[in-house]
Ligand binder design. Structure first.
Ligand SMILES: [Zn+2]
Length: 425
């Protein structure tokens, strides 16, 4: 996978923070997906993992802090793992353990963490009372802090990194359909309170998918989402029928499910009888029942941002159409890609990575030598030739074209095969 050719300035113009789903247009998403594939490729070998561990230390961006108001297993753990994989330290600082409970304001917290030497702040905020992401980002802009603010879930509105990993997962499974503007997706579940579904609907707009929102009549997709979809000319429908009755006919590529967002519902717990009815209908209208599983086509894949509730029974975990574990793995690569893009999308990292990139050298005499890009002295000037010369010998041999594509900082020479013949007179 070739490295980026963007300059540092272009990178900074692309994005400085992970704020909102709508900040990631299709072209920025595609850049991040490309980088995520590179992260996946590097993560697959020990040599690649070693390269990745140099990235944050090399840029002197070692320390990163998480502040979560609200629970999280997957988001927090994959952010932490991503930062560790890139050689940084991730410090989880619970909201309740910070001075925020003593009334400290977000701008003061941001300035404190920046002064303490942290390079990024990953925030989750589950309450609906304020937009802490906007407060944190405007503090960085106002005080000129090179501090990366990352939205890891904001109230019932926004979850941009989940959106990126969800669209990436869809693209890895249905590239032609997604890019060909033919993806059919069902969004089922708590449409009113699911920030993952809302961010997904926003992020998918430029791919022109066909969306079916499926829920009980009491749970409706918010008006602001419908307004955005209408403005983008997206074909969507709202269906209030039990999922098991319609899943066979809809022939969707993806059925995206969520749990009832009891933690984000303001009125939850006030009326137990009403809660029980809501939960019962929820299972019927947007849950995985035995009938749903039986009637869903073999080609319909099921996604869930997790955690799941009774709508996603344990027995479904083993169904081959369940791709929720792929979402978690992709989330790791997407989060690494975001940190890479923000801090290391420029040339010096490329050279550094190139120096330790493993290559396999096939000598003209038939020897196969496992070595690294550091040992390569020169590459053939011919565009499509993958011949290289090693440092220690004068011998020419071949590497893979994909390896050759990464060596952009080596001296060029003509290999014997492509050496121009000099005029004989
Ligand atoms: Zn050549």
């Amino acid at each position: 996978m070739p490295f980026s050719t963007f300059t540092r300035e272009e990178h900074e113009m692309l994005f400085r923070h992970v704020g909102y789903a709508r900040d990631f247009d299709k072209s920025l998403q595609q850049r991040i997906f490309k980088r995520a594939r590179m992260m996946r490729e590097y993560s697959a070998t020990e040599a690649g993992r070693e390269s990745l561990r140099k990235i944050l230390p090399l840029k002197n961006k070692r320390n990163h802090v998480l502040m979560f108001k609200g629970q999280s297993t997957r988001t927090a753990s994959t952010f932490i793992a991503s930062i560790l994989n890139l050689g940084g330290n991730a410090v989880p600082l619970g909201w309740d353990a910070s001075s925020m409970v003593k009334g400290e304001m977000v701008p003061a917290m941001v300035r404190t963490l920046y002064a303490a030497g942290y390079s990024s702040l990953i925030i989750r905020y589950d309450d609906n009372d304020r937009d802490v992401i906007a407060e944190a980002i405007s503090t960085c802009e106002e005080f000129g802090l090179d501090f990366f603010i990352v939205n890891a879930g904001l109230a019932n509105r926004e979850h941009p990194t989940q959106m990126l990993l969800d669209i990436f997962t869809a693209e890895e499974r249905f590239r032609e359909k997604l890019l060909g503007e033919n993806l059919r997706i069902i969004c089922a579940g708590d449409l009113a309170y699911s920030r993952t579904i809302q961010s997904l609907a926003v992020g998918l707009q430029e791919y022109k998918p066909k969306i079916s929102f499926v829920s009980q009549p009491e749970i409706l997709i918010p008006k602001w989402v419908k307004k955005e979809l209408n403005a983008a000319n997206i074909h969507f429908s709202e269906i209030h029928e039990p999922l098991e009755n319609i899943i066979g006919d809809l022939k969707a590529d993806i059925c995206y499910m969520t749990r009832l967002q009891t933690n984000l519902r303001k009125d939850w717990g006030r009326n137990p009888a009403a809660d029980e009815k809501l939960q019962r209908d929820f299972l019927l209208y947007s849950g995985m029942t035995g009938k749903t599983a039986a009637k869903a086509p073999a080609t319909t894949l099921f996604m869930h941002p997790k955690p799941s509730g009774p709508e996603w029974p344990e027995w479904f975990e083993k169904d081959p159409r369940n791709i929720s574990v792929e979402q978690i793995v992709n989330g790791l690569h997407i989060r690494k890609a975001l940190y890479y893009e923000r801090f290391a999308g420029d040339d010096d990292i490329e050279i550094e990575l190139g120096r330790i990139m493993p290559v396999t050298f096939h000598s003209a005499g038939g020897d196969v030598v496992a070595t690294t890009a550091a040992e390569i002295r020169a590459i053939c000037s011919h565009d499509t030739c993958a011949a290289v010369k090693l440092r220690q010998s004068d011998e020419w041999g071949k590497i893979k074209p994909a390896e050759r594509a990464l060596l952009r900082h080596k001296p060029f020479m003509f290999c014997p095969e492509h050496r121009p013949t000099l005029p004989t007179k």
